[in-house]
Ligand binder design. Structure first.
Ligand code: SF4
Ligand code: SF4
Length: 622
C-alpha cells in the first residue's frame, strides 16, 4: 500500500519496518517529527534526551548492546553530539546505528546553515542522502544494513525540504529482529590509546571497503540521456535538476561519502560539460575537482540558501548559451527564492524565480504553480504569542536597560521590536557561560548583566554554565524562564515537565534545588505576569555581588486551558503605553486614536493592563 508521508514520517516508518528498537533525540526543527512519529510505534523504545550528546550516547550504548538504533537531531545538534560520534566511528557497533542530521539550508528555523555533509569525511563514517520520502524510508534500511556490515555508524543526511515535503511511500511489514545476547569486547569498545590505535587502522581499511561499495550501490545511479551536458547532484537538488532538465544526463548520488570516484570519472567522460548542482558548500564539486575533472558549480550557483528549479534552470541554460550570461548575483536570487513565504521573492517577471529581468526568466508558461499572479501578502515577522509568559520579563529587562545574554528558544523573540531586550544569542546554553565571559572581560558589566534561558535549554546545556559561574567566581544573574515545556519545537517534554515521550509519568527536575546544589545561594521564584515583582526581584538580584538565579514560572500560553476573560478597552486616551508590551492582540485604531483588543486572541493575562495609567484595559464586563 502506498501513502503520502513527509520525509520525517518516512524515516520513522523505516525505523519501524527495519527492526529499530531504540530511538533517541533532542527536538530541533526540521528533525523533531521523526521521534514524534517513532513514538507512535510502541514496539520501539524512544526518548527525548536532555541534549544531542546524551541522545548520541544513548544510541551508541544501545548499538553496542546489539539493538538497531536511530538517533535524530537538527544540524547544529550534531556539533553537540560530535564528541561521542567521532569515537563511535572507532568503536563501531553491534546493532546498526543511524544518525539522522536534518540540515536547514535557508535557515528557516536555525541560527546557521552549516553543511553537515562535511561531518561524514571528518568523522570517517559513510553518508546517505535521500531525494524523496520513499528513499528516506529505504535508506533507513540501507543505513542499518551498512552499519552492521561495515561496523560503523552511518550518517543519514536530510534537509528541510526532504524532512517536511510529502511524497508517496510504499509501506511494508515490520521485520522480526531480536537483540542478540550481550558480549564483552573491551578491545573494541574501550578506547584507551592502545586499543584506539588498532581501531584507527581498521577505519582506513573500512574506508576502502566503503569506497568500493559506493561504486556499486544502487542509490548511486547514472541516468544517461542527452550527452551534451551532465549533472552530478544529490538530495533535494536532484528533484530540482529532474524538473528543470528532464532530458539531461544525471549522476544521482545517494551515497555521498565515500564517493564513487570511478563512476564519477566515467560519467564525466561521457558528457561534454559537467555541472554539479548542490545546496550549501561545494562538497561534491571540490571533491570532483580534486580528481582532476573540470566541473561547473558554485561559479554559477550560490553557496548559501536553498536552490530552486528556476534558479538551477536559468543558470545552467545561461552557461550553455541558451539565454545569455549566468546571473551575476545568483546568491541573492537564491536567498530570495528560499524565502518562499514572502511576497518579496517574486521577481520582476512575476513568477517565483526571483529573476531580475523578465526577459531572463527561464520559466515557461504554466511551469510554476505561483507564476500566474503576483500577490501582495503582508509581511508577518515572528512574534511571541498573546498571553506568552515571557513577554513581560523582556519588557522589564528593557526598562531596566540590562545587558541580556540570550539563548535559543521561543524567548529569543525578545530581541524583536518593540521589546528589543537581547544583546547576544549564540547557541544552546551560551547565555550563561557567555555572560561569565562578558563579566570577566569587562567587570563594569557585572551589575547589569543577565542571562536568559528557557527550562529545556537550561537542562540541555545551561547547567554546566551555571556551575562554571559559581566555580569561577561570576556574579551575574541567570533568569530561567520555566514555561513547563520545550515550546519552540512544538511542545516536547523534557526532564522538568513530568512526562516522557512514551507518555509515562516522570520525576520533575526541581530547578531551585538544582541551582542550590550547584552552589547558588540566591534563588528566587517569581510569577512573570506580576511586572512589579519581576522588576523588584531583578533589581535586587542584579545588584547582588554574587551569582543568583531567578526562576519565572508560568506554563506556555498554548498548553494551558485558558479560563480568563479577554480584556476590553474602555476610556482609552491613546497614549500607546500598552503597545510597548508588543502583544499581537492589541492594535491601534488610527481613526479613533484608541487601542483595540482582539478578544479572539487575548488570553486575559493582564500584562498590558499593568502599563495603562488610565485603567482603560479591564476584563470584559468588569
Ligand atoms: S495604555 Fe491605556 S490609555 Fe494608553 S493606549 Fe493603552 S489602553 Fe489606551
Ligand atoms: S491581556 Fe493584554 S497582553 Fe495579555 S493577551 Fe490580552 S491583550 Fe495581550
Amino acid at each position: 500500500m502506498k501513502t503520502l508521508l513527509t520525509g520525517n514520517e518516512a524515516i520513522a516508518r523505516g525505523a519501524y519496518e527495519y527492526g529499530v528498537s531504540v530511538a533517541a533525540a533532542y527536538p530541533g526543527t526540521p528533525s523533531t517529527e521523526i521521534l514524534e512519529n517513532i513514538a507512535k510505534y510502541p514496539e520501539i523504545y524512544c526518548q527525548w534526551s536532555p541534549n544531542e550528546k546524551v541522545a548520541m550516547e544513548v544510541g551508541i550504548g544501545a548499538a553496542i548492546a546489539g539493538a538497531r538504533t536511530i538517533v535524530t537531531m537538527k544540524h547544529v545538534g550534531v556539533n553537540v553530539a560530535a564528541d561521542p560520534l567521532f569515537t563511535a566511528a572507532y568503536t563501531g557497533v553491534r546493532g546498526g546505528l543511524v544518525l539522522v542530521s536534518a540540515d536547514d539550508p535557508g535557515m528557516h528555523s536555525s541560527q546557521n546553515e552549516q553543511d553537515n555533509r562535511n561531518y561524514a569525511p571528518f568523522a570517517k563514517i559513510p553518508m546517505l542522502e535521500p531525494s524523496d520520502s520513499q528513499e528516506a524510508k529505504d535508506m533507513v534500511k540501507l543505513a542499518l544494513d551498512m552499519s552492521e556490515r561495515f561496523d560503523t555508524p552511518v550518517l543519514l543526511r536530510i534537509t528541510t525540504r526532504i524532512a517536511h515535503s510529502q511524497s508517496l511511500v510504499e509501506l511494508g511489514e515490520p521485520m522480526e529482529r531480536a537483540v542478540e545476547p550481550y558480549k564483552k569486547d573491551a578491545k573494541k569498545y574501550v578506547m584507551i590509546p592502545a586499543y584506539a590505535r588498532t581501531r584507527r587502522l581498521f577505519i582506513e581499511e573500512r574506508d576502502k571497503q566503503l569506497a568500493d561499495f559506493s561504486e556499486t550501490v544502487e542509490v548511486n545511479r547514472v541516468e544517461m540521456r542527452d550527452p551534451s551536458f551532465g549533472i552530478v547532484t544529490s538530495g533535494v537538488s536532484y528533484q530540482y535538476v529532474r524538473e528543470a532538465f528532464p532530458d539531461a544526463s544525471v549522476l544521482r548520488l545517494g551515497m555521498t561519502h565515500p564517493l564513487p570516484k570511478e563512476k564519477i570519472a566515467d560519467f564525466a567522460e561521457a558528457v561534454d560539460v559537467l555541472f554539479v548542482v548542490e545546496e550549501l558548500d561545494p562538497y561534491l564539486e571540490d571533491r570532483i575537482r580534486a580528481m582532476g575533472i573540470e566541473v561547473i558549480g558554485k561559479s554559477i550557483l550560490p553557496a548559501y540558501g536553498e536552490l530552486s528549479v528556476n534558479l538551477v534552470k536559468k543558470q545552467i541554460l545561461a552557461v550553455l548559451g541558451v539565454i545569455g550570461e549566468p546571473g551575476e548575483d545568483a546568491s541573492g536570487e537564491a536567498a530570495a527564492a528560499s524565502d518562499s513565504d514572502s511576497a518579496e521573492d517574486s521577481g520582476a517577471c512575476g513568477c517565483d524565480c526571483a529573476c531580475d529581468e523578465a526577459a531572463a526568466c527561464a520559466t515557461q508558461p504554466g511551469e510554476s504553480s505561483r507564476a500566474a499572479e503576483p500577490f501582495d501578502a503582508p509581511i508577518r515577522p515572528p512574534v511571541m504569542c498573546p498571553g506568552c509568559p515571557h513577554r513581560g520579563v523582556f519588557y522589564i529587562l528593557r526598562e531596566l536597560r540590562l545587558v541580556v545574554s540570550g539563548d535559543i528558544g521561543c524567548y529569543t523573540l525578545g530581541t524583536m521590536a518593540p521589546l528589543e531586550a537581547m544583546d547576544t544569542c549564540i547557541c544552546m546554553g551560551a547565555s550563561i557561560s557567555g555572560a561569565l565571559g562578558m563579566e570577566k572581560a569587562n567587570p563594569d558589566l557585572a551589575r547589569r548583566l543577565v542571562s536568559v534561558i528557557g527550562d529545556s535549554t537550561f537542562l540541555h546545556s545551561g547547567v554546566t554554565g551555571l556551575m562554571d559561574i559559581v566555580y569561577n567566581g561570576g556574579t551575574s544573574t541567570v533568569l530561567i524562564l520555566d514555561n513547563s515545556i520545550t515550546a519552540m519545537t512544538g511542545h516536547q517534554h523534557n526532564p522538568s515537565t513530568g512526562q516522557t515521550l512514551m507518555g509515562k509519568e516522570a520525576p520533575v527536575v526541581d530547578f531551585v534545588a538544582l541551582a542550590k546544589a550547584l552552589g547558588v545561594k540566591r534563588v528566587v521564584e517569581v510569577d512573570p505576569l506580576d511586572l512589579d515583582r519581576v522588576k523588584a526581584v531583578l533589581k535586587e538580584e542584579v545588584a547582588a555581588p554574587e551569582p543568583s538565579v531567578i526562576i519565572t514560572r508560568r506554563p506556555c500560553a498554548l498548553i494551558v486551558k485558558n479560563t480568563e476573560k479577554a480584556l476590553e478597552c474602555v476610556g482609552c486616551k491613546g497614549c500607546k503605553a500598552c503597545l510597548r508590551i508588543g502583544c499581537p492582540a492589541l492594535s491601534f485604531d488610527k481613526a479613533t486614536r484608541k487601542v483595540v483588543v482582539n478578544s479572539a486572541l487575548c488570553t486575559g493575562c493582564g500584562l498590558c493592563a499593568q502599563l495603562c495609567m488610565f485603567d482603560a484595559l479591564r476584563k470584559a464586563g468588569e
